[in-house]
Design a protein around this ligand. Structure first.
Ligand code: GLU
Length: 293
């Protein structure tokens, strides 16, 4: 009796399994129709690959939150710099952030700035601490694996800053024993290691620390983008930019990978600023010269 029950139990299970299998095999039962009314057989492997999709559409989240959170430098004169007198963070990148906030909300003050450095900016974007990086960031293939970039909004190139009278006049003067100062996480330190492999490269957390070290004689030359170096030379006229540009550093605004809506909005902002002349005005305001075409 007991045996019979167990057998019937198994029989029911087997029958159910057979029904399910045949339903799959037929590939046309109404229970297999998808929402679109297609009746192909369901794929054996359901698309379970929801790969690291960013919390889609940060734009919606930004609107809900009521402010755009931009990661900018606080240590980079002319781009993103915390003015020690006013306490305000100001510069070209900060004004780009304001223009984006204005596009989203019709109000440039709906903006929160957070400090990033060359090293922290990508992790902060990926953690969701910031919506975008607007921080003298060069578009590179390597970085494109981790973030998506806007169109180019500023063209820089790597150069050198030395104390006036220094024997270093160009990158070819950087030899074994020359101490080169740079910032962690920047393309600049990577590039200089390739261009002057014999040099000793000292990396700092931010550009003000690197500049302080140059002033203190802890290094012979500081290397990063020309526009950043011009900002330093402006802060202290005992220093000068030498050697021209030995790389191209096109800046892009970075958003989370796949965040196409925000990326598109930012591209629209860049384009309309360029068309209206607002871009040239901003460039001249901070750089003191007109952008070269
Ligand atoms: N543009 C270069 C870079 O993205 C140097 C400036 C910086 O460190 O932000 O690495």
């Amino acid at each position: 009796m007991k045996m019979f029950k167990r057998l019937t139990g198994m029989g029911v299970i087997l029958a159910l399994a057979a029904m399910m299998l045949s339903a799959c095999g037929q590939g046309g039962g109404s229970s297999n129709s998808n929402a679109a009314g297609n009746t192909e057989a369901p794929k054996a492997e359901a698309p379970k690959t929801e790969t690291a999709a960013p919390q889609a559409g940060s734009l919606e989240e930004i609107k809900k939150r009521g402010k755009f959170v931009a990661g900018v430098k606080y240590d980079t004169f002319l781009f993103g710099f915390k003015n020690p007198t006013s306490g305000q963070v100001e510069g070209f990148d900060v004004d780009m952030a304001k223009a984006i906030a204005k596009k989203i909300f019709g109000d440039e003050t709906k903006l929160e700035l957070k400090e990033v450095t060359s090293k922290t900016r990508i992790p902060m974007l990926q953690n969701g601490d910031i919506d975008a990086i607007i921080a003298t960031m060069t578009i590179t293939d390597e970085r494109k694996q981790q973030v998506d970039f806007s169109d180019v909004y500023f063209k820089a190139g790597q150069s050198l800053l030395v104390k006036k009278g220094s024997p270093i006049k160009s990158v070819t003067d950087i030899k074994k024993g020359t101490k080169v100062l740079g910032a962690k996480g920047s393309t600049s330190v990577k590039n200089i290691r390739e261009k002057a492999p014999e040099a000793t490269v000292l990396e700092f957390d931010n550009y003000q620390d690197a500049f302080a070290a140059l002033k203190a004689g802890q290094g012979d030359v500081l290397t990063t983008d020309n526009a950043i170096l011009y900002g330093m030379a402006k802060q202290d006229p005992n220093f000068e930019v030498v050697g021209g540009n030995f790389t191209d550093e096109p800046y892009g605004i970075a958003v989370k990978k796949g965040d196409t809506e925000l990326q598109q909005l930012i591209n629209d902002v860049i384009k309309s600023m360029q068309e209206s002349g607002e871009y040239d005005k901003l460039y001249e305001q901070w750089m003191g010269v007109k952008p070269s075409k």
